[in-house]
Design a protein around this ligand. Structure first.
Ligand SMILES: [Ca+2]
Ligand SMILES: [Ca+2]
Length: 388
């Protein structure tokens, strides 16, 4: 029943959301909803909410992935090119590119005519309109929805984890040729061979930022032998252009099953409960480090629009510097805490303004920061650049 979805930010009045949650959804489920609520409220947006539970509605109110990111939109005016788009390559099992919220945020191959069974651009792949992918899954749609949340300036290019049409290395070459500046991978990279292949790919593409999910295995990478199950090998390696992301809950605490361990796991971000897109349309609450990694890839892409001069390793340092250390994350991740979305965007904008020759005071004023705050942020960035 989610086909009624329309691509509009859902601005729910808090009282309406509460009444939907408490009066209609919580007590008696969908029958009451169908009769009394849908009859009264016929807008498609509201109809699309039918499949969501009360807590999901509250989450959606706070974290609608289609709604414009207000801080990013505000800071974008200071970017060297405010209309720049960033392309994130997504290694997964496909996303529903026709989801109304995703369609405008999916990379399109300009040389390929869809569904004519012809390789129009002669790149070796037939009908690769959105990348070398066929089909879609919930998991991939969740990842793509989160990777592109909050703005049309960030788009997803879909790579195929299963390598059914092209091997990983060739696919990443393909993404690089298409202009992708980052890649997010929320799959389990098992075994030494697969791990080596991905490390070689990262080394071959130093200008691409790779963002990897840490895993949900309730383990600490500091304590493990390399051959210990689960064979989640990739996060156990360090690369300047690799960020490994642990899963945080909505309140910033560690997810119970989060894989952790500095220096391998770089930082934490919300995955569990962060609203994203469902494969059949509409919204779903995402889960796990699979959803936390694209959350960070999305933030990194926005930062890189605000500060295009930053290299992958500088972006990584920026996200670490913009994290808020808490006792629960001490030693669990390099940043000792969860990444602060707004702080990261402000730090990126600050870095760009300073690079353009603004004084610290001028830049701070433009960003509504106190000069001492701006100075502190820059000092944290320098420390992070020296240590990550
Ligand atoms: Ca083609
Ligand atoms: Ca074609």
């Amino acid at each position: 029943m989610l086909d009624l979805w329309v691509r509009q930010p859902i601005a729910l009045d808090p009282d309406v959301a509460r009444s939907i949650a408490t009066d209609y959804l919580a007590p008696s489920g969908y029958d009451v909803l169908e009769r009394s609520w849908i009859d009264r409220r016929r807008s498609p947006q509201e109809a699309a909410l039918r499949s969501l539970g009360p807590s999901d509605l509250e989450r959606l109110e706070r974290g609608n992935p289609t709604a414009p990111d207000p801080v990013f939109e505000d800071l974008r005016r200071y970017a060297p090119n405010p209309n720049q788009r960033r392309t994130i390559a997504i290694v997964d099992r496909g996303a529903n590119a026709d989801h109304p919220a995703l369609a405008p945020r999916i990379w399109r191959n300009p040389g390929e005519i869809p569904n004519n069974l012809i390789d129009d651009d002669r790149n070796g792949l037939v009908d690769d309109v959105h990348g070398p992918i066929v089909g879609f899954t919930d998991h991939g749609t969740m990842v793509a929805g989160t990777a592109t949340r909050g703005t049309d300036q960030v788009e997803a290019l879909l790579l195929d984890w299963s390598e059914s049409v092209m091997d990983w290395a060739s696919q990443v070459d393909y993404a690089a040729a298409a202009g992708a500046t980052s890649l997010t991978i929320s799959m389990l990279v098992q075994g030494r061979d697969a791990t080596k292949r991905w490390l070689d790919i990262m080394d071959a593409h130093p200008n691409i930022l790779f963002v990897k999910s840490a895993g949900n295995y309730r383990n600490d990478l500091r304590n493990e032998r390399p051959d210990f199950a689960p064979d989640n090998f990739l996060p156990r390696n360090l690369r300047p252009n690799l960020i490994v992301v642990a899963n945080a809950l909505e309140n910033g605490q560690r997810a119970e099953d989060a894989t952790i361990g500095a220096p391998f796991v770089t930082l934490a971000a919300q995955g569990t409960g962060l609203m994203t897109l469902g494969a059949e349309g509409g919204f779903i609450p995402g889960d796990g480090s699979s959803n936390a990694a694209p959350n960070v890839a999305n933030l990194a892409a926005k930062c890189s629009i605000l500060a295009p001069h930053l290299t992958p390793s500088q972006l990584k340092a920026l996200l670490v510097a913009a994290s808020t250390p808490t006792p629960a994350w001490q030693g669990a991740v390099v940043a000792n805490g969860i990444v602060d979305h707004d702080q990261a965007l402000r730090l990126a904008a600050l870095s760009n303004l300073m690079r353009q020759g603004k004084s610290l005071d001028e830049a701070a004023q433009m960003l509504d920061l106190r000069p001492a705050q701006a100075a502190d942020l820059l000092a944290r960035l320098q420390r992070a650049e020296a240590t990550t």
